[in-house]
Design a protein around this ligand. Structure first.
Ligand SMILES: [Zn+2]
Length: 281
């Protein structure tokens, strides 16, 4: 990507390449946290979590890029057939486009929030264009934010973080670091603009103001007080993670930055609401 580009330009260029020539956005996988590996591309992230109870994939990248995600998993020395869970942050094609293909190939279960499982029925219609055509999937597992999920030594805690989509979900993954001390990595699932359509809002009696309020209360205020050692962007252009990949791609330690999470949220999240002068907060 050209230097000096803003986030919007980077996004548009990345989306274009990822849609039409995915090999142009290929990224060699790397270890992003003790048991977390980046297996996405330079436009959109996917993270592989290695647990004693099988592999977990956080988001899938786009349908046309799935072959690269599978290749990344193998490059890291893992067998995609050990994938047990595909956990989706939300129901947009750039994050869930590969879900059905990967499910059929590996037998992994697909997780989504119950709210986005319903919202998906509204967006499926909108995203049916040829570029975005992805095999449709049906989630069979739904998040329960009230308690962490344990997979051996790895803990996954989900957080409902509307309103990029109404059921948007963020993840905190805690696992023992190489020195034994636990480290937490986190991916905010929805730092993009509110994408809820009018049909959905009318059905659920919601206004844009309601969604902006939800965004600040659940997507920002609640999360910024959490301790996070390593921030994992859901799209690489949202952070400098790809510029900071260590020379030794298996050494996550240079990515530890306990202030990065709050910096990311402070810079990114409130802009979505505060950019609207009609928003009251
Ligand atoms: Zn999205």
């Amino acid at each position: 990507m050209a230097k000096g580009q803003g986030i919007t330009e980077k996004f548009l260029e990345g989306a274009r390449s990822a849609s039409t020539a995915p090999w142009k956005v290929a990224v060699k996988p790397f270890r992003a946290a003790p048991r977390v590996y980046f297996v996405g591309d330079s436009y959109v992230s996917a993270y592989l979590v290695d647990t004693e109870e099988g592999l977990i994939l956080l988001d899938t990248v786009m349908f046309g890029s799935v072959y690269m995600t599978l290749e990344s998993i193998r490059t890291l020395g893992f067998d995609p057939h050990n994938l047990k869970h595909i956990m989706l942050s939300h129901c947009h094609h750039d994050h869930d486009g590969g879900a059905e293909a990967i499910r059929q190939y590996t037998g992994a279960e697909i997780w989504l929030s119950a709210i986005d499982a319903e919202f998906k029925t509204y967006t499926d219609k909108e995203e049916a264009g040829p570029i975005y055509a992805s095999p449709q999937y049906t989630p069979t597992r739904f998040y329960d934010d009230s308690k962490p999920m344990r997979f051996g030594s790895v803990t996954v805690q989900t957080y409902w973080t509307p309103a990029h989509t109404p059921g948007n979900t963020s993840f905190l993954i805690t696992s023992p670091g190489d020195g034994g001390q636990p480290l937490t990595a986190a991916m905010h699932g929805g730092p993009g603009p509110i994408s809820v359509n009018e049909e959905y809002m009318a059905k659920h009696n919601l206004t844009m103001d309601d969604l902006r309020k939800q965004f600040m209360e659940d997507g920002y205020e609640k999360l910024r007080h959490l301790h996070v050692d390593i921030e994992l962007p859901s799209h690489p252009p949202l952070s400098d993670i790809l510029d900071r990949i260590p020379e030794d791609r298996m050494d996550y330690r240079p990515l530890i930055d306990p202030d990065a999470w709050v910096r990311f949220l402070d810079a990114r999240i409130p802009r979505i609401c505060k950019s609207d002068p009609n928003w009251r907060k």
